[in-house]
Ligand binder design. Structure first.
Ligand code: NIG
Ligand code: FE
Length: 413
């Protein structure tokens, strides 16, 4: 698709020289061009600059007077392939039961797994594609999707095949993550090592054979998978060509970040419970810390200490964690607003965290996450707004007028 956007009030996240990710003080700088043009050719960003240098060519033109353009959100952590919902648990928590209590009594991840195991491939695809279409309309142009609600070989592969089909059918960038180590299924209740063995010996080779995943994930947490389990699973993943991305420090800090770093994981996600040594361990590494403020909001648990982390010089990405139990929302606009309101990130830091740093957390920094020549024209065109500060300011709402993937307007279906 070829298109020329003209009279853009402000073109946001303009990076002439490619960057991989931003850390510390750099995160507070968000480069923009005022009164700009943006040229898209064959779905890619071909050129951009000030209106005074706008090329005079015969091409479909969109006048963006009063409006802004930014790269689509990059949501590096979701579980959008799932079956059914868990409103019952939500109400039970309102009435006083805890997330842990519910999970310990067969609810939580095991509840979702039970439902998914008896859901057909087609039904699972239909339910998941609705959520994918919903997040596209909310401005997401690149997304990571995890398995982990199957917990049997068949059901995990079913989830990964649904992700593969979504990849084939939709124009946004999708990365797939194998999260077999999300919980120990009931059948292995007293035999966790047997379950891990099954993941490694049985499922991983099947995933590699069908090329179903890019990353491997582990829920490294007290009562789920230990440091030693995490080490074993990450190592096995590497042997099958999968880079690590781990769920860690959500409820307890047990040294998971350190084991992640030793295994060169691409990202460590959640981080609601951070000790000084955890922050120190992340310094000068290539591992991206990822905060999931919608999960903190929904479960009423602490927010990731973003201020402390960024002030210590670390990078940070923001993602939704869209899943049926701890964050049933895929709205990156809400995530950006909540990061500003509750985590005291500046709008510049939050937008950088939700675009270029999110892209890096999926290994997609060369393809999306900034306005740079040669990247996909996955774009958000805002409504007429005064400043980009309005984006987090208008929490619970969004400032999006239209979304574009590879330069093409994506209409609501
Ligand atoms: O990222 N923490 C582990 N897994 C998911 C939630 C799982 C669930 O409750 O279904 C998360 O929060
Ligand atoms: Fe998650």
């Amino acid at each position: 698709m070829n298109v020329l956007f003209i009279n853009i009030k402000e073109l946001i996240q303009v990076r002439e020289t490619p960057i991989a990710f931003l850390s510390g003080k750099e995160m507070n700088v968000l480069p923009t061009l005022k009164n700009a043009f943006l040229l898209v050719k064959k779905g890619l960003i071909a050129d951009f600059g000030l209106m005074e240098n706008c090329p005079d060519i015969e091409i479909k033109t969109i006048d963006a007077t009063g409006k802004m353009i930014l790269p689509s959100w990059c949501d590096s952590h979701t579980h959008i392939v799932y079956a059914g919902n868990r409103e019952g648990e939500f109400v039970a928590r309102i009435r006083g039961r805890s997330y842990k209590e519910i999970a310990d009594n067969g609810g939580g991840i095991l509840n979702s797994a039970k439902r998914l195991q008896t859901t057909s491939d087609e039904d699972l695809y239909q339910q998941s594609k609705m959520r994918l279409e919903e997040i596209i309309q909310l401005g997401t142009g690149a997304v990571e999707i995890k398995s982990g609600y199957g917990l049997t070989k068949d059901a995990e592969l079913k989830m990964l095949r649904v992700i593969k089909k979504l990849k084939e059918k939709y124009p946004l960038q999708i990365k797939a993550t194998f999260l077999g180590a999300h919980a120990v299924p009931t059948a292995y209740k007293d035999n966790k090592s047997g379950y891990i063995q099954m993941l490694i010996a049985d499922i991983l080779p099947a995933i590699q054979k069908e090329n179903l995943a890019d990353f491997i994930d582990v829920f490294c947490e007290t009562g789920y998978f230990s440091i030693a389990d995490t080490q074993q699973i990450l190592e096995a993943g590497k042997k099958h060509g999968l880079v690590g991305k781990i769920h860690v420090n959500q409820f307890t800090a047990i040294g998971g970040i350190q084991v992640g770093i030793e295994n060169n994981v691409l990202s460590v996600d959640h981080l609601e419970e951070m000790r000084t040594e955890d922050i120190d361990a992340l310094k000068n590494t290539k591992t991206m810390p990822v905060a999931l403020p919608s999960c903190s909001y929904f479960l009423s648990i602490p927010y990731t200490p973003a201020r402390k982390m960024i002030d210590a010089g670390l990078p940070l990405a923001l993602a939704t964690d869209y899943n049926p139990g701890s964050a049933p929302s895929g709205n990156m606009n809400f995530v950006v607003a909540t990061a500003c309101i509750k985590m005291k990130m500046t709008p510049e830091e939050a937008i950088n965290a939700a675009t270029i740093n999110g892209a890096y957390a999926m290994g997609l920094q060369d393809k999306v996450g900034s306005i740079s020549k040669g990247k996909f024209a996955n774009l958000i065109l805002t409504k007429a707004i005064n400043s980009y500060h309005f984006i987090p300011y208008s929490f619970g709402n969004h400032a999006i007028e239209k979304v574009f993937l590879k330069g093409e307007i994506i209409k609501k279906s």
